[in-house]
Ligand binder design. Structure first.
Ligand code: ZN
Length: 396
């Protein structure tokens, strides 16, 4: 397909996905209407491009996906220019499908969760070593994550203690008391830097079903005595934290744009965003959510502490945690530890008002047995399998 033809094709698709007739649909007939729209656009598309269609021999080939959200009947738009199937299920990318698949794995391979392992000699201490026939890694069955000498259970519990509010040194003492495993607080800090950074990209694959109103706010913390801002976007119905970034004191428009861009990537499009009076929010919201379609407009509400109570409450939780740390010691560790806190808050910490975790409220049901231990395992399987999928054509 030549450049100009491709352009025409994509422009046509974009017109389809932007078509105002199918959104917002208030009745059950949303899917029927979407099907009708789809057929209409497909006919017109095929007519307009009758000489340039990428499917000259198969007139019924192009199909499109519209995902109708259960809550408000709004339609999610697929990324423009992509051809996918029409369904009432959310559309999933390959890496997302993989993420859903890895959490089912129960094999013994500690790298990829495969069951296809064979004996592969012994180490100096006479312990059995194993070889995985899927990912080709060699390892010992000692209950530790790859390349570690501390059991996964202990590392998981360290994360739970720390993100529940214990200090590093108290975490260290508790681990020693409970498991008889002595590790320095520096080793523990290294785990807390390593694993949230591993788990965060894995969890980005699970998209929350959010409500119609979001809250955004920022709070100040200090890193080595230098003030920084932590910005968050939270869905007020499920209390799911959609975005969390850390910036310097300037609080510019560009920073607010990044904040809402991350939130949009995960949570789609709300109807209302509640913020305080900081001018940067206006720019961030306009840049990410502006549209000429009246149905899809996002309303920006500016209010004080009372209107933003949901997120102010979260800040109290966060500050409780932060007080124990007495200020972060360095920028990189503060970034990953904030990500870790966000993961803990979204997926593992039961919310008092909801009676469940924000993730479950947002219809992300992960089969947790060991909290952080599961997350670390799944994220490591996902990372290895994703790399493999890029390399081997036979890998599905
Ligand atoms: Zn393996």
């Amino acid at each position: 397909m030549g450049h100009r033809r491709r352009r025409a094709f994509q422009a046509s698709l974009r017109y389809f996905v932007d078509y105002p007739g199918y959104s917002p649909a208030k009745s059950e007939s949303a899917l029927d209407r979407a099907v009708a729209q789809e057929a209409f656009i497909r006919r017109r598309f095929l007519h307009r491009n009758r000489n340039t269609s990428p499917y000259p021999n198969d007139r019924a080939k192009p199909s499109y996906s519209i995902w109708i959200r259960e809550d408000d009947g709004r339609c999610e738009r697929p990324p423009s220019g992509r051809l996918v199937g029409l369904s009432s299920e959310p559309q999933r990318k390959d890496s997302e499908k993989l993420a859903h698949e890895v959490i089912e794995r129960k094999g013994e391979c500690k790298w990829c969760g495969s069951g296809k392992i064979v004996k592969a000699g012994r180490d100096e201490g006479g312990n059995q070593r194993w070889l995985c026939n899927e990912c080709r890694h060699r390892f010992a069955q000692n209950g530790c994550p790859p390349r570690m000498r501390t059991p996964l259970r202990t590392i998981a519990l360290t994360h739970e203690f720390y993100f529940d509010g214990l200090s590093l040194r108290k975490t260290k003492r508790n681990i020693r008391k409970a498991y008889g495993i002595a590790r320095s607080h520096v080793a523990i800090l290294k785990w807390l830097n390593k694993y949230p950074a591993l788990v965060a990209p894995f969890l980005e694959n699970f998209r929350p079903v959010t409500g119609v109103e979001w809250n955004a706010d920022e709070t100040q913390v200090k890193v080595k005595g230098v003030p920084f801002w932590i910005w968050e976007v939270m869905d007020s119905k499920t209390r799911f934290l959609l975005s969390l970034i850390e910036t310097d004191v300037s609080r510019t428009d560009a920073q607010a744009m990044t904040l809402f861009s991350n939130a949009k990537h995960l949570g789609g499009r709300p109807q209302v965003i509640q913020t305080d009076g900081l001018p940067a929010y206006n720019a961030g919201i306009r840049r990410n959510f502006w549209t000429p379609k009246p149905d899809l407009k996002v309303k920006h509400k500016v209010g004080g502490m009372d209107e933003n109570a949901v997120i102010e409450r979260y800040h109290n939780t966060y500050k409780d945690r932060y007080k124990v740390m007495r200020g972060f010691k360095a920028v990189p560790s503060s970034t990953t530890i904030n990500q870790g806190f966000r993961i803990h808050y979204n997926f593992l910490r039961e919310h008092m008002a909801l009676g469940t975790t924000p993730a479950v409220a947002a219809k992300i049901n992960l089969p947790f047995e060991d909290g952080w231990g599961d997350l670390i395992r799944w994220a490591s399987y996902w990372r290895i399998s994703k790399q493999r999928c890029g390399r081997t054509p036979s890998c599905s």
